[in-house]
Design a protein around this ligand. Structure first.
Ligand SMILES: [Zn+2]
Ligand SMILES: [Zn+2]
Length: 378
């Protein structure tokens, strides 16, 4: 029986999420619920497998469309894997491209490499403009020190697995001997050895979840969703590949989220867009007004005489910084004509005089409008 929960909820993504977002969300959730990181928590494995199933559907455009249209019923013709009966490390090797090349270990070529991890950091638009430094905190599985990753109580030794004879895999014959299927040994979970006396710190896992803090430098001009890769800050190769974690660590991917800035309605690459209110007199006569730029400094904005509502004025090189460049984008200012809601007597008189020069029919006198509609006077 596959899942009945909403796949988007399982992966915590929006229905409109892109394929990249789904991939990232899956990696994040799978790492969060990986049973090795949640020792003694049976729900974690269930959740981990639910994530694999959700990802299998949402990462396939055809299946995703069926699911979007008809929900779980839409997938009956095109069933998903039943991940609940699968081994966790099999799930990892199924989605190798997500967890980093060669992660998971079996059948690999080249040196062993650990899993890539992912975390997020949110910064302000002004930080993206200037570049900044941030501290990120994340959890990763590191080699357990007391047992050096073996999982065995210090002083004791793991013994060769009696079920697979130390191969880590067992062969099953099916269909009257027509097929020979090799699967991960259920006893040692592919680790080739079994532990007779468990290390107290890691409860025999050989790995412990460790919190790590890192300072990262975020370059100026970075955009929302861009990723900073910190090479070698991921996990050591998993215990079934190397108990001591020998080989290359995976990488840490830091996804940078840039918050919206209320001063700017849009960012288009290195260009910024803002809306600037403009009075009728400024629009008609022209004016130079100051607006606050992204760098905090005032920018002189020249409103040409005869400007119309919705006109855009471009201030060159007053936009965002560009990534890996000393250039700056432009600031596009959209002018918005604002009509005053209240006028003083003098202003009203002057405007009425102005209207006369254009022979316009206006309500000129003070409160005359109210006098006309209010029978009790005012
Ligand atoms: Zn075994
Ligand atoms: Zn240990």
């Amino acid at each position: 029986m596959p899942q009945t929960r909403c796949y988007y909820e399982i992966l915590s993504v929006e229905k409109a999420a892109s394929q990249d977002d789904i991939k990232r969300a899956y990696r994040r959730q799978a790492m969060k619920w990986h049973p090795d990181r949640n020792p003694g928590n049976a729900d974690a494995e269930v959740e981990f497998k639910a994530c694999a199933e959700a990802y299998e559907v949402l990462s396939d455009p055809e299946r995703r469309q069926l699911y979007d249209r008809h929900g779980h019923a839409g997938l009956r013709q095109n069933p998903v894997h039943d991940f609940r009966s699968r081994d966790v490390s099999d799930i990892f090797s199924m989605f190798n491209d997500i967890f980093g090349q060669q992660a998971g270990g079996r059948g690999q070529r080249g040196p062993a490499r650990g899993y890539d991890l992912e975390t997020e950091v949110e910064i302000e638009l002004t930080d993206a403009f200037a570049g900044c430094e941030r501290e990120v905190e994340f959890k990763r599985l590191d080699v357990c020190e007391p047992c050096s990753g073996s999982g065995a109580k210090p002083g004791s030794k793991p013994s060769s697995c009696p079920v697979c004879g130390g191969h880590g895999q067992v062969a099953q014959t099916g269909f009257g001997g027509m097929f020979r299927m090799v699967t991960t040994c259920p006893e040692c979970r592919g680790r080739k050895q079994v532990i007779t006396e468990k290390c107290e710190k890691c409860r025999g896992q050989g790995r412990v979840a460790t919190k790590r803090k890192l300072g990262i430098r975020i370059p100026q001009g970075i955009s929302d969703g861009q990723v900073i890769r910190l090479s070698g800050e991921g996990e050591p190769p998993p215990p079934e590949v190397s108990a001591e974690g020998k080989g290359q660590r995976g990488d840490l991917h830091v996804v940078v989220r840039v918050a919206d800035d209320e001063r700017f309605v849009e960012r288009r690459g290195a260009d910024l867009v803002m809306v600037q209110p403009m009075a009728f007199a400024q629009a008609a006569l022209g004016a130079t007004v100051k607006v606050q730029g992204i760098d905090g400094k005032d920018v002189d904005l020249v409103i040409p005489p005869g400007s119309q509502h919705g006109d855009a004025v471009v201030v060159e090189r007053a936009g965002m910084t560009e990534l890996q460049s000393k250039e700056r984008g432009d600031l596009h200012v959209v002018l918005q004509l604002v009509v005053p809601k209240k006028l003083t007597d003098d202003q009203r008189r002057l405007l009425a005089e102005y209207a006369q020069t254009e022979r316009l029919d206006v309500h000129a006198g003070e409160s005359s409008f109210w006098k006309k509609i209010n029978p009790f006077g005012g």
